[in-house]
Write a protein that binds this ligand. Structure first.
Ligand SMILES: [Zn+2]
Length: 321
């Protein structure tokens, strides 16, 4: 598992928290700490500008090793890959249809029990687009949500609502959280949820609405395919800001091999996607479904584990603890 952190240091928040503890990396730790404090203020935190400009963590493999690894990677994972999730779907059929009209394999995250959620999931499937459940979860701000997974639920209640959410969104291959700044901090509840997803052979994407999320950690304990989103595209809802975020996503993928973004069906987001996505290929980046990206990350990780072991020295422990 430590090799996972070596390859993708930006992915595992529990790991970065530990990083702050191991010393000798004060600048990096401060940088990540700052980004976490910033994220805590909002349900959908802005991607802090510091994230990408953080100094390279001390555990990172050097450039030569990265280049060597790259050439030896399995062919299907060698090219950098991004996935873009568009979430909060299901209220307006037109928004979903506009996304499907884009000739691009975006992944659609649909809120269960919404007026058009089921229809949109079926349409997406017909258009060969991947579908996810965008599951409402209790937030710290205690605002009222759609039927949501709550801290007050016992195991049976949480499992039952999770299963209903899954069946409300046909063809779903995985789930991410809508809100959840409170619930994703709860080990017990996340454990119950991940067990349901594991049984259904689904994946989980942590939207990371709080820096204290344990969702990814609990998914790993269930051996569930999982990955955290790297950036939000449209917290600042202007064409320029969204374009900048998309370029940041591309840079992360070029550096780390894979990256996941979350956006929303805003006209500004659609405009940027329409203009920018056709150029991805010329930049050597593939736009793929979330399950493809999670699969590629797993392959890269396994490969790195096999390749870089004995000579690496590292001071951090496995994220699972
Ligand atoms: Zn949402």
């Amino acid at each position: 598992m430590y090799a996972l952190a070596l390859v993708s240091p930006h992915r595992r928040h529990p790991f970065t928290t530990k990083l702050a503890l191991v010393g000798g990396a004060v600048a990096t730790a401060l940088c990540w700490t700052f980004s976490c404090i910033a994220a805590e203020q909002f349900e959908k935190p802005s991607e802090p500008p510091s994230l990408y400009s953080c100094p390279t963590p001390p555990h990172s493999i050097n450039n030569n090793t990265t280049a060597l690894l790259h050439h030896q990677l399995p062919a299907d994972t060698r090219e950098p890959m991004v996935a873009i999730i568009i979430d909060d779907l299901g209220y307006q059929l037109s928004a979903g249809k506009q996304l499907l009209a884009l000739d691009a394999p975006l992944t659609l995250a649909i809120i269960p029990f919404t007026p058009h959620g089921k229809t949109l999931a079926e349409l997406a499937h017909q258009h060969h687009r991947e579908v996810m459940v965008h599951a409402p979860m209790e937030t710290l701000s205690n605002r009222s949500w759609e039927p949501a997974l709550h801290e007050a639920m016992n195991q049976q209640q949480l499992e039952s609502l999770s299963l209903k959410m899954l069946s409300a969104v046909p063809y779903a291959r995985g789930m991410n959280n809508h809100g959840g700044s409170l619930l994703t901090q709860r080990h017990e509840h996340m454990g119950w949820l991940m067990a349901v997803l594991a049984e259904q052979q689904l994946y989980f994407v942590d939207s990371r609405t709080t820096p204290n999320t344990v969702a990814g950690e609990m998914a790993l304990r269930q051996e569930l395919p999982e990955q955290s989103r790297d950036i939000f595209l449209d917290n600042i809802r202007t064409v320029d800001a969204i374009r900048k975020q998309l370029h940041k996503l591309e840079a992360i993928a070029l550096k780390h091999g894979t990256a996941i973004a979350i956006g929303h069906p805003y006209p500004e987001t659609l405009k940027v996607l329409q203009e920018e996505l056709p150029q991805l290929k010329t930049k050597g980046i593939q736009l793929r479904s979330v399950s493809d990206v999670i699969g590629a990350t797993a392959k890269r990780t396994k490969f790195a584990q096999k390749t870089i072991q004995p000579t690496q020295t590292t001071t951090h422990r496995q994220p699972k603890g």
